[in-house]
Write a protein that binds this ligand. Structure first.
Ligand SMILES: [Zn+2]
Length: 103
């Protein structure tokens, strides 16, 4: 049984949606959240901007664009958790994506 608990320290909110950690974002998210993550870790929707979460799948452009409603919401690529994190973590805007972070 996979743990369904949000991995953010101190998070006690129960959100409807939880998201796995993207493999290429694992180190970035670890630094932001401040705890070790693994591929079973889940982060709940409380930590993301609503605009970072998509519940539709879109393809094509202009009049040929199609939009399909997903059964489960997904995170957009490159998104990082920024809301409701522990107090120690500030300056999220300083995090530069794509670079390794040494703290
Ligand atoms: Zn949470």
């Amino acid at each position: 049984m996979v743990s369904n608990k949000c991995c953010v320290p101190g998070c006690s909110k129960s959100a409807a949606s939880k998201f796995g950690v993207p493999k290429n974002m694992m180190n970035v998210w670890e630094n932001i959240i401040g705890c070790p993550l693994n591929r079973n870790s889940r982060v709940c929707a409380n930590h993301f901007k609503p605009s970072d979460i998509t519940s539709t799948w879109e393809s094509g452009n202009g009049s040929s664009q199609i939009s399909i409603c997903l059964r489960k919401p997904r995170l957009k690529s490159g998104v990082i958790p920024i809301n409701n994190l522990s107090d120690e973590v500030n300056d999220i805007n300083q995090v530069s994506l794509g670079n390794s972070i040494d703290i």
